[in-house]
Design a protein around this ligand. Structure first.
Ligand SMILES: Nc1ncnc2c1ncn2[C@@H]1O[C@H](COP(=O)(O)OP(=O)(O)OP(=O)(O)O)[C@@H](O)[C@H]1O
Length: 242
């Protein structure tokens, strides 16, 4: 299911935070939205999942204009701040969120076992979430977001505040999901994470400054580092929020 973003603009109280952005994400790829804090990554994700509507432009999932209720079933979303119940165990959180889908008891239990295995939390399933580390919470949030086997998965800064070892583990899980056919859109301000992705959309101050295959983007730099493309943009179009 290709995702096509065409000439999308969005303002909040007269401030334009998304400026005429267009790009297409092909099915089965990992695409990162890369940019400094305040550049518009979360807003772009909220527009794509249909949580907010563009002022101008369109977003289509496989030619179906968004927002669309049927498409929502095919989308998974992991927000930047974990939306978990601290006083429930990992397993009970999954019972709660999984209960929102149309599954019988045995299907629900099977799916809980499966997602706990995917995110490597089976041995911690009875533990209360308030006793989880930050990385464990991220992995449980991932389990919630993939519970219904979405075709397209949106991840908003999934590795923020995570140490390098766990970050590796989480990226391995994303790569596994890609192998199983999931299209993944991931926002990050960690420039090194770009090499995990097939394509990157570089967002700066609400504008899309580059969109291409990661190897082609890196080939446009002298240093082989994607930061260089932001430095060039900052000289030509001015600063972001910080
Ligand atoms: N609901 C809102 N009302 C007003 N301004 C908003 C709203 N949501 C976002 N903004 C503004 O839009 C701009 C882009 O914010 P956004 O959260 O999309 O950036 P981001 O790249 O995701 O940043 P971060 O990496 O810090 O999460 C910021 O200036 C932010 O203050």
């Amino acid at each position: 299911m290709d995702i096509k973003v065409s000439h999308v603009c969005k303002s909040f109280e007269k401030k334009q935070v998304i400026k005429d952005i267009s790009f297409t994400i092909p099915t089965g790829e990992i695409c990162c939205l890369l940019g400094p804090s305040g550049s518009g990554k979360t807003t772009m994700i909220r527009l794509m999942i249909g949580a907010i509507t563009p002022d101008k432009g369109t977003i289509q999932f496989a030619d179906v204009p968004m927002p669309n209720r049927n498409m929502l079933k095919k989308i998974g979303f992991m927000p930047q701040n974990d939306a978990l119940y601290d006083d429930l165990s990992a397993e009970d959180n999954l019972h709660f969120f999984g209960g929102l889908y149309d599954l019988n008891k045995s299907q629900l239990e099977k799916r809980i076992d499966k997602v706990l295995t995917i995110v490597d939390l089976t041995e911690h399933r009875k533990k209360l979430v308030k006793n989880f580390s930050g990385g464990m919470k991220k992995r449980l949030s991932l389990a919630v977001s993939i519970f219904h086997q979405p075709e397209v998965l949106f991840l908003d800064e999934p590795t923020v505040g995570i140490d390098p070892v766990l970050r590796r583990k989480i990226w391995n899980q994303f790569q596994q999901l890609k192998k199983s056919g999931t299209t993944i859109i991931v926002s990050t301000h960690v420039m090194d994470e770009v090499t995990e992705c097939d394509k990157a959309a570089l967002i700066y101050n609400g504008s899309l400054i580059q969109y291409d295959a990661v190897n082609l983007l890196l080939a446009k730099t002298e240093s082989g580092r994607v930061e260089e493309l932001f430095f060039i943009a900052s000289r030509t179009i001015g600063g972001g929020d910080d």
